[in-house]
Ligand binder design. Structure first.
Ligand code: BGC
Length: 384
């Protein structure tokens, strides 16, 4: 009796804590940093054969293979075959972004009456955490027993101009529901600002297999934040109604991108933050993208208030990626879940301030489907 009930208890506990139990994780060396530090790449595989490869340099998603409607797997994110590609100048392919995702205007902000000056790496502004943001740092990896990958990084007080020692943890899980789930958390020992995201460049046809223009995009947002010539939000929340920024119904990315619209001209396409329609603080659907020729669908849910939809307007065919494929203009799109750009200088935007004793926590889930249906790969062999 005793034996039975403890077995039942173990089963119960196992069921409760191992949501991602079927995911397998393994690792291999991916390359060496100039100082000799070895970078590792982790392969997460779920029960349906979906595979995510993530390295601890930049916490970068290097590849993400999902099936199309015929079951053929394709890599849906841009990147490089080896570490060298990521060590050369490149536009944050797949990387974790911090301490502050997107731009801080005039490379400064004031917190508690003190002005902090940051490096300018985008004209007059600071983009994606400065000259050496979290995308260019070596994170400490740990394989979790549930098949997840934990990455930690300590960003020292004053690093890239930001105050406070910020202790950051990012956990990647690939679930059997075909979701790449990213949990971000951080604590600080001084008041600071934080805005973390992931900068994957998606093309659901397959990386390097053409442009993003035919993807049907849905963004769950009634307003967006228009920008000035430096791509800094003006502070206005502008209704999308009647503008090329209305993606409330699935619309091909390319159908209005060349319109004579002041905001599209400033962004050279879409490069803006949408203010998500959301209730409460939990995960809420932010975006849904469908690629009609392959049937691949991606749904993005997040706890964040905004999403930066960037259409790869600065890709120009000079970068050769995985398999020697050239990444031309609009070869991919990014959906960066985040707080709004330049929030530290915009008191009317949701706050990005983190104080000692508080824990920053956000979650984003990228879920993959085929024509709106869940898929199962590797079905058990049919009995003869
Ligand atoms: C920014 C773009 C930038 C891109 C790559 C996006 O988040 O909004 O302006 O070019 O990242 O750096």
């Amino acid at each position: 009796m005793l034996a039975l009930s403890s077995a039942a208890a173990i089963l119960f506990i196992a069921g409760a804590v191992t949501m991602h139990a079927a995911t397998k994780i393994s690792h291999a060396d991916f390359g060496k940093m100039p100082d000799g530090t070895i970078i590792q790449i982790f392969t997460l595989t779920n029960a349906h054969g979906v595979e995510a490869r993530i390295m601890n340099y930049g916490g970068t998603v290097v590849s993400l293979k999902t099936p199309d409607r015929t079951g053929a797997k394709g890599d849906v994110v841009l990147g490089f075959d080896s570490l060298e590609g990521y060590l050369a100048p490149e536009p944050y392919f797949g990387a974790l972004i911090g301490r502050y995702g997107n731009r801080i205007g005039h490379a400064k902000f004031t917190l508690n009456g003190k002005e902090y000056t940051l490096p300018k790496n985008d004209g007059e502004n600071t983009l994606h955490g400065g000259l050496r943001g979290f995308d260019k740092r070596v994170w400490t990896p740990r394989e979790l027993r549930d098949g997840g990958l934990e990455l930690t990084y300590l960003s020292k007080d004053g690093e890239e101009g930001f105050p406070g020692n910020l202790s950051v943890t990012v956990v990647y899980h690939l679930t059997d529901a075909n979701e790449l789930k990213i949990d971000y958390s951080a604590t600080t020992d001084k008041d600071t600002v934080v805005n973390l995201t992931n900068h994957s460049y998606f093309n659901l046809k397959g990386a390097g297999l053409g442009d993003n223009l035919g993807h049907l995009m849905m963004l769950n947002a009634d307003t967006f934040t228009p920008v000035d010539a430096g791509l800094i939000p003006t502070g206005e929340l502008r209704p999308v109604d009647g503008t090329p920024f209305d993606f409330r119904k699935p619309t091909p990315i390319g159908s209005r991108i060349e319109q004579n619209d002041e905001q599209l001209k400033l962004g050279k396409g879409y490069d803006h933050n949408w203010v998500l329609n959301r209730k409460g603080t939990g995960l809420s659907l932010a975006a849904r993208v469908e690629e009609p020729t392959t049937g691949r669908v991606m749904e993005v849910s997040t706890t964040e208030p905004g999403i930066q939809f960037y259409t790869g307007n600065f890709l120009d065919g000079t970068l050769k990626g995985k398999g020697g494929k050239v990444y031309g203009l609009r070869a991919a799109f990014c959906l960066e879940t985040q707080h709004y750009p330049d929030s530290p200088n915009k008191p009317s935007f949701p706050s990005t301030v983190l104080k000692p004793g508080q824990t920053y926590r956000t979650t984003t889930v990228y879920k993959f489907l085929v024509n709106g249906r869940a898929f199962k790969m590797n079905p058990p062999p049919k009995k003869k």
